[in-house]
Design a protein around this ligand. Structure first.
Ligand code: NAD
Ligand code: ZN
Length: 273
């Protein structure tokens, strides 16, 4: 069913901005598109390829079991690619709203940690949580990294997790990082193809979807689960569904407001930033 915003983008923009301003609970779902404006390559683009390997060949538990050195070498390249990128106005507008609004949730499929970096910048800029507490960035418990982070590691033995930004020497197996506690190999703390999402994170995202008044979906092709099902669940529970994406997606037909725009252009205005 065509919606109003397709015929009159300004009316759609106003409707979405007003709903976002009034809502007590909001869930924002983001995908690779929000970071495209920061220069992070999406998997689908040519830049997503590394030495002719497709991500599906390397981002799997089987690939890591077979050749952990190659997988770490690829993650080293991905970390370097992302480390040179900055949060853009879309990440910053979301971080500012999340810092002042306890009903504002961000669930991202991205592993680039740019939402976290934006939150850190906002809190350092004196625009963060009122208590000025010790947390790193704004309210990390309302930032749900559905697929983990390039800048965290997890032990393949004891499961210990930790932030990790140091360079990894992937020149040989012997130099790969190992757990200080149990000696097993450390792996990137990301959800690989064929793996399940963290139950706690998924549960929190599901709850946010069922209870939000507005669900804002930004820069995801909505073909990777659970982004699509979270948005559908929000819409079924009565939330206004707003999509920001220059291209149509399988969700577009269900959106109450569809904005064919780039995230960095649309979000600051939508969030009154
Ligand atoms: P996707 O690559 O499947 O789709 C990206 C979507 O963003 C497309 O629909 C595209 O039209 C839209 N888009 C492009 N530029 C945009 C812009 N400037 N503003 C708004 N939208 C824009 O991404 P996905 O749906 O997130 O799924 C990809 C999977 O790959 C995820 O599971 C994710 O974990 C992983 N991944 C992550 C990153 C990252 O961390 N930045 C990058 C590549 C892939
Ligand atoms: Zn361990």
């Amino acid at each position: 069913m065509p919606n109003r915003s397709d015929r009159d983008p300004d009316a759609g923009r106003r409707r979405a901005a007003a709903a976002l301003a009034d809502a007590r609970r909001v869930l924002v779902l983001t995908g690779a598109g929000i970071s495209a404006d920061s220069g992070v390559p999406t998997f689908r683009g040519e830049d997503g390829l590394w030495r002719d390997h497709r991500p599906e060949e390397l981002a799997t538990p089987e690939a890591f079991a077979r050749d952990p050195r190659l997988v770490w070498e690829w993650y080293g390249w991905r970390r370097r690619t992302v480390a040179g990128c900055e949060p853009n106005p879309a990440h910053l507008a979301l971080a500012r709203r999340a810092a002042r609004d306890e009903g504002f949730w961000i669930a991202t499929q991205n592993v680039d940690a740019l939402h976290e970096e934006a939150a850190r910048r906002v809190s350092e800029g004196g625009d963060g949580p009122e208590d000025g507490g010790e947390e790193e960035g704004a309210a990390p418990d309302r930032l749900l990294e559905l697929h983990g982070s390039l800048f965290r590691i997890r032990c393949t033995g004891c499961g210990r997790r930790a932030p990790h930004r140091e360079q990894v020497d992937a020149s040989e197996l012997a130099t790969l990082p190992r757990c200080g506690a149990c000696g097993a190999l450390l792996r990137p703390d990301v959800v690989w193809f064929g793996e399940s999402l963290e139950p706690d994170v998924l549960e929190a995202a599901g709850r946010a979807a069922r209870t939000c008044e507005v669900c804002l979906v930004v820069g995801t092709s909505a073909v990777v689960q659970p982004a699509a099902s979270l948005a559908v669940s929000a819409a079924r529970s009565g939330a206004l569904l707003v999509e920001v994406n220059p291209e149509e997606t399988p969700l577009s037909a269900r959106a109450d407001v569809r904005l064919a725009a780039r995230a960095a252009d649309a979000l600051p205005g939508l969030l009154g930033d």
